[in-house]
Ligand binder design. Structure first.
Ligand SMILES: [Zn+2]
Length: 258
C-alpha cells in the first residue's frame, strides 16, 4: 500500500512544529483517560531545543532522514538493496546524547511520566501511517527482565499511543521466548543472530492477527534487528503489514549489510 504523506509534515515553520509538540493539538488530549498536558513531563525549553526531531523528507522504508526531498515513497540506498522485514519505520528524533539521556530516564529512572510525552512524539512521527493500521504492539521484554525492571518501556509508550490513535492495544500477541544478551556493541549480523527465533506469537492469537496491520513500538532503532525479528514473527502468524515507530533512531542503520 502506498502510504499517504500526512499533513503535519507540510507545516513548514519549524517553530510551529516545536510549539505543536510542547502544546499538542487539543484533540490528542481529549480521549477519555488520556494523560495530562505535556508539560507534566517536566522538560525545560532548553532540553526541548536540544532534541533533533525528524521531519520529512525521510526514507519511506526505514525512516532515515533525507537531505533532499526525493518524492513520496522514496527509499534510501540501504532499503533499495534490502527491504527490512518490517514495512515502514518512523522515528520522532535522532538518537544522540540528548535523546539517549531522556530515554534512559524512562528506562532506568522510573520516569514513566515521560511515556505520555513520547507517545505524542510517536503519534506525530507516524501520523502518515497510523490511519492505515489496526493494532499496536510493544516490543516485548522477557518476563524475567520485566520482573527486574518492573515495567516495559515500550509498552508504557504503546498504551497511550493506542488510546490517542484509537487503535487496539494488543501486547499479548507477541512474546519474547528467551532473554537476549545486550545488543550493545554488536554488529547488525550479530544482533540478528542474537534475536533469531526469540520472538513468537502464541497460536491462540492467529485469528486476531490474520491480515492485521500492526504498529510495533520500541524506544530506539539502531540496526533494526530486534524489530525485524518481531515483524517476522508477526507476519508468520498472519499479519499483513508490520510498521515500526520508535522514539529515536540512529541516523543511518549503518550496521545493516547491503
Ligand atoms: Zn531506508
Amino acid at each position: 500500500m502506498t502510504p499517504t504523506w500526512g499533513q503535519p509534515y507540510h507545516l513548514r515553520d519549524a517553530a510551529r512544529r516545536l510549539l505543536d509538540l510542547i502544546l499538542p493539538p487539543r484533540a490528542l488530549d481529549d480521549r477519555p483517560g488520556a494523560r495530562g498536558p505535556v508539560q507534566s513531563a517536566g522538560m525545560s525549553p532548553a532540553a526541548w531545543s536540544r532534541i533533533s526531531f525528524i521531519a520529512a523528507p525521510f526514507c519511506d522504508g526505514c525512516g532515515a532522514p533525507f537531505e533532499f526531498d526525493l518524492g513520496p515513497g522514496s527509499l534510501c540506498v540501504a532499503c533499495q538493496a534490502r527491504r527490512p522485514a518490517f514495512d515502514h519505520a518512523r522515528a520522532a528524533c535522532l538518537y544522540d546524547e540528548h535523546a539517549r539521556d531522556l530515554i534512559l530516564q524512562l528506562k532506568h529512572a522510573d520516569r514513566t511520566d515521560l511515556a505520555g510525552l513520547f507517545a505524542r512524539w510517536l503519534a506525530r512521527a507516524a501520523a502518515d501511517i497510523l490511519p492505515e493500521l489496526d493494532l499496536i504492539v510493544p516490543v516485548p521484554l522477557h518476563p524475567l527482565r520485566l520482573l527486574h525492571r518492573r515495567y516495559n518501556q515500550a509498552a508504557e509508550i504503546a498504551r497511550p499511543l493506542a488510546r490517542m490513535s484509537r487503535l487496539a492495544y494488543r501486547p499479548e500477541v507477541l512474546i519474547r521466548r528467551r532473554a537476549t544478551r545486550s545488543q550493545a556493541g554488536k554488529s547488525g549480523d550479530a544482533r540478528r543472530r542474537n534475536v533469531a527465533g526469540v520472538f513468537a506469537s502464541p497460536p491462540r492469537h492467529k485469528t486476531a492477527l490474520k491480515d492485521a496491520r500492526i504498529l510495533l513500538v520500541d524506544d530506539v532503532l539502531t540496526t533494526g534487528a530486534t524489530v525485524e525479528g518481531c515483524a517476522r514473527a508477526l507476519k508468520a502468524a498472519g499479519a499483513a503489514r508490520v510498521d515500526v515507530a520508535v522514539i529515536a533512531r540512529v541516523k543511518e542503520l549503518t550496521a545493516r549489510p547491503i
